[in-house]
Design a protein around this ligand. Structure first.
Ligand code: ATP
Ligand code: MG
Length: 438
């Protein structure tokens, strides 16, 4: 018998129910908890779908079997063969009386963290032992939901005639000129890790692909240590020809709603595990203009001047006033990137929009400038050197269609749909100011 035959289960925990009473099953999982009451030993076995109770009464079992049961340790991987017996107090209303125990893979002790969560471990301890942290069903649920979210997003894009693209993350110059770049050594040259696929996805607008999306990592050398920033994040980017600002806002809104419906339908078990109720808004997402934001913020005793970005305090006030999902539009051109199209009737105001969930920015987008001369002058206006954007600019000289798009933080969206308060919860191996391993 190979090791794989040995641990081949007949059922996952959630598939074992009182109807199976008297049947022989084989379950494989990690030892979650052991309670030795002397005459009877209870062992909880955890697999990806739940927990099954093994019950070993010394009156019924051989001394040898009792010794085998008593020898197993927490987080060791075991395969138990046994008979189902109804037991209303046990998980799923059943217990398994063992006839054979195979230790498949032994766990070292002490454990790096307690998977039974009687002690709530510090985030650092959890991240240091992330593999063990993920054995906890609620932690696991976050990544199931994130995976479903990405699956739904991909489906949505495919269903709506988008082409998936993959652009380079090793780049020669800054996307937006900012200081938030990680320099790297690229043979004899200096290069950077990409902070956004912006320039590449816009270049794709000149190719005839018309609608593209990318799900990929972005790298930001931001120094700040917050609950919503990481130095490596996952971004869902979309760029669409012949779409106005409003059209691309509609796509974003539609995508979010599709994701919420899908998560609600396909991840009820995970949401329950997290004790999280999805906030599914009805009707269109409200829109507030930047000017209205200024009023709201200033009327709530947080100072904000025209031309300033939202401070953390401003985001909080706004989140309390607006609740749930909403857009902020009509941003001043002065605080938006060079590629953002100004409004036709007022060149000081931009076509940029942010999608917020309460006090959390989820996405930024806009109509983009497709006119070469305007783009060139906007680069200069932002004190950027057009020479370092030469290849990007070239795509605008050969019949660039009008277009718009947005980028959305996938980890931040995961926070919203799982109820996580810290972005680190939503990333397997987060990268922040202090953490580069594991
Ligand atoms: P913020 O103002 O919150 O720092 P930003 O405006 O700098 O965000 P954008 O450049 O607009 O971010 O990026 C688009 C989206 O990507 C953001 O709305 C956010 O959801 C996500 N994002 C950006 N930077 C980070 C980061 N450091 N960590 C996690 N997500 C990020
Ligand atoms: Mg932004």
């Amino acid at each position: 018998m190979t090791i794989f035959d040995k641990c081949k289960r007949t059922h996952y925990s959630n598939e074992i129910s009182p109807e199976l009473e008297g049947e022989t099953v084989k379950i494989t999982g990690w030892v979650h908890e052991i309670r030795d009451l002397g005459g009877i030993v209870f062992v909880l076995i955890r697999d990806k779908n739940g927990i099954t109770q093994l019950t070993a009464p010394s009156k019924k079992l051989s001394e040898e079997m009792m010794a085998d049961v008593r020898a197993i340790r927490k987080e060791t991987l075991v395969t138990i063969t046994g008979t189902i017996q109804n037991s209303p107090k046990a998980p799923n209303g059943v217990e398994v009386i063992p006839s054979n125990i195979d230790v498949i893979s032994v766990s070292k002790l002490p454990l790096p963290l307690d998977t039974t969560e009687k002690v709530d471990a510090e985030m650092d301890t959890r991240l240091d032992a992330r593999f063990m942290d993920l054995r906890k069903h609620d932690v696991n649920a976050i990544f199931k939901i994130k995976s479903q979210m990405l699956h739904t997003a991909r489906n949505y894009f495919y269903d709506n005639d988008f082409t998936e693209i993959n652009t380079p993350k090793l780049v020669a110059s800054a996307t937006e000129g900012g200081t938030e770049l990680f320099p790297i050594t690229y043979f004899e040259k200096e290069a950077f890790l990409g902070q956004s696929p912006q320039l590449y996805k816009q270049t794709m607008m000149a190719t005839g692909l018309d609608k593209v999306f990318e799900i990929g990592q972005i790298f930001r050398a931001e120094e700040h240590d917050t609950l919503r920033h990481l130095n490596e994040a996952l971004s869902i980017d979309a760029e669409m020809c012949y779409h106005s600002q409003e059209d691309s806002m509609d796509v974003l809104e539609d995508l979010i709603k599709t994701i919420l419906e899908d998560i609600s339908a396909k991840c009820p078990q995970q949401l329950e595990e997290l004790d999280h109720t999805l906030d599914i808004p009805s009707g269109k997402f409200p829109i507030v203009t930047y000017e209205e934001v200024l009023d709201i913020v200033n009327n709530n005793d947080v100072e904000m001047n025209y031309g300033e970005d939202l401070s953390r305090a401003a985001e909080k006030v706004l989140g309390e006033t607006m609740g749930s999902y909403y857009f902020i539009t009509d941003w001043p051109m002065s605080i938006k990137p060079f590629y953002v199209m100004p409004k036709e009737d007022d060149p000081e105001i931009s076509t940029a929009f942010d999608l917020m969930y309460r006090d959390l920015e989820l996405s930024s987008g806009s109509q983009r400038i497709h006119d070469y001369d305007l783009l060139y002058s906007q680069l200069e206006k932002k004190d950027l050197n057009p020479d370092s954007f030469e290849k990007y600019l070239e795509a605008f000289q050969y019949g660039m269609p009008p277009h718009s798009g947005w980028g959305m933080g996938a980890d931040r969206l995961t926070m919203v749909i799982t109820g996580a308060q810290n972005i680190r919860e939503t990333v397997l191996f987060p990268r922040d100011r202090r953490r580069l391993t594991p």
